[in-house]
Design a binder for this molecule. Structure first.
Ligand code: FB9
Length: 488
């Protein structure tokens, strides 16, 4: 730091004023932060006078830093693809590989023929990584390149504070030997009188104390929990992410041929691949029967229901699997008592990733089991719930769910977005689902669901789900965000 201060003093001596600390950092080939530390120290001993200025500069995001360090995804993929090419299905299911494939193809580095990815070029230059280095060094970069890097979320426009520097009243080319701390020894011996102390900077900020901060999703979760508890709902135990296909699909009368049950939509557990114990053989057979033969007023799906399919272990695709287990336990009670349950927890779906979808999300689900419930009750409880979280104008649109009938998508006029948006899904559980449980015949169950991410992203004005959840979240944003309140 002393050498840097001397270099800056020498530069000041020649130029008397330095217009920009940003340009000075480039000239001295050091980071702007180091320059700021040195000039503030020179200011404190009146060697320099600073004037704080602001400018909008592009800075690197965590992804941008990552691409400088390891190369862009397309460069990393290019360096791993052999000359003979590689089968797409053999590529790791990974976001960086997906990005590398898409950007490499767009740049004409790869071709994809008959499911095989092949290099079109012998060698390529990682131009985007080079541009990111230029931006990191505050060098000029063409506007169209900036636009592309911003679209890739590798840079973002940030207000940057910098300084103009001029010589101060005590300017000198040599640095004084300054005592920084007044010591016990100096006071006892009185030698403090001969010392020159650095001026006390009353404007210096205290050391930033990093304390814990609640994640926005957890703040919204708490808001929704409070609303549901206030409405008399009990929370369901959702701390088991791995479920059998039996509880996740079969008990909900979702046929074993349903597309949602294949690997394109569901994560299957490799080991243990199957849950072999059947807790309740009688119930297991009732589920088989309702799929194969129907019953409870239904003609069933009429196909040979496979134990092996039901025993497969998966990551639950919805918290309705937990609802099914809770209703099973409710049906085991000697005497039926009406119940209102809710759950808010992570669910996993093997979906294509994009700006608003990851392979998992937090599902919010509410259900009421009571005698004589119908769709009108469902619409009312949904309206009460959403009114409490700020949505008053609600509409219902008939839809299809495998395990509820009737079913409806829920729409609301969103006051922040100022337009109608889909806010959830709902329905009355089918008799084919309730029948095998053995609940009293006049008991029906109404339920609805929504996510935690969508309302959170809307209320915090977050455009990309990776700024809210996952490895690339900027922790500073977590600390900085205000409480967002839904409750009326
Ligand atoms: O949350 C969703 N949208 C939403 C919710 C609230 C909101 O703002 C409010 C101020 C608070 C704004 C938007 N959706 C459901 C709708 C869409 O976002 C949709 O595109 C994404 N959906 C997820 C599933 O996507 C694969 C959201 C998630 C969802 C959908 C359905 C259910 C649960 C979550 C369900 C259910 C259900 C149905 C019947 C019986 C039991 C459960």
């Amino acid at each position: 730091m002393e050498d840097l201060k001397l270099a800056i003093l020498a530069y000041l001596n020649e130029n008397k004023t330095i217009e920009s600390s940003l340009d000075l950092a480039i000239k001295l080939e050091v980071s702007h932060n180091e320059v700021v530390g040195a000039i503030k120290s020179l200011d404190s001993i009146q060697y320099a006078v600073l004037q704080q200025l602001e400018t909008k500069k592009y800075v690197l995001t965590p992804d941008g830093e990552d691409y400088i360090e390891k190369g862009t995804p397309e460069m990393r993929l290019f360096s791993t693809v052999p000359a003979e090419g590689v089968n797409i299905k053999d590529l790791p299911k990974d976001q960086v590989v997906d990005l590398g494939r898409n950007y490499g193809k767009a740049k004409g580095w790869f071709s994809i023929e008959q499911g095989k990815l092949k290099k079109i070029k012998e060698a390529v230059v990682d131009e985007d990584a080079d541009l990111l280095r230029d931006i990191q060094a505050f060098k000029e970069v063409p506007a169209d390149k900036i636009k592309n890097l911003e679209k890739r979320r590798t840079i973002k426009l940030q207000l940057t504070k910098y300084y103009s520097i001029s010589t101060g009243p005590k300017f000198s080319l040599t640095l004084p030997k300054l005592a920084t701390d007044l010591t016990h020894d100096m006071i006892i011996k009185g030698t403090w009188a001969q010392e020159e102390f650095k001026a006390y900077n009353f404007n210096a900020l205290g050391k930033e104390i990093t304390v814990g901060n609640l994640h926005p999703l957890m703040k919204v979760r708490t808001q929704f929990c409070n609303v549901l508890l206030e409405m008399g709902f009990e929370e369901m135990p959702t701390n088991q992410y791995v479920e059998s296909a039996f509880w996740n699909f079969d008990t909900l009368f979702q046929p074993q041929s349903h597309p949602a049950r294949d690997a394109h939509d569901t994560f299957f557990i490799k080991d243990p691949a199957n849950s072999n114990q059947i807790e309740d053989k009688a119930y297991w057979e009732k589920v088989r029967d309702v799929h194969e033969k129907g019953g409870h007023g239904s003609i069933g799906w009429r196909y040979p229901w496979q134990d092996e399919e039901a025993k497969k272990n998966i990551l639950r695709t919805h918290t309705t699997a937990v609802s099914a287990k809770m209703l099973y336990k409710l049906a085991q009670e000697k005497e039926f008592k009406p119940k209102k349950y809710f759950s808010i927890d992570r669910v996993f779906r093997n979906e294509t990733l994009d700006a608003t979808h990851l392979a998992e999300f937090h599902q919010v689900e509410g259900l009421i089991a009571d005698r004589g419930l119908g769709f009108s009750h469902l619409k009312t409880v949904i309206s009460v719930f959403f009114k409490k979280i700020g949505l008053e104008k609600i509409k219902f649109k008939p839809t299809y769910n495998p395990y509820t009938e009737p079913s409806a998508e829920i729409f609301a006029f969103h006051p922040i977005l100022n337009k109608w948006v889909e806010i959830g899904n709902s329905g009355v559980f089918r008799p084919e689902m309730l029948g095998p449980l053995g609940l009293p015949s006049d008991v029906s169950v109404i339920a609805w669901g929504l996510s935690l991410e969508r309302p959170t992203m809307i209320n915090y004005n977050i455009g990309n789900i990776r700024d809210l959840f996952g490895h690339s979240v900027n922790v500073k944003d977590i600390r900085a965000n205000p409480i967002c309140c839904f409750q009326k």
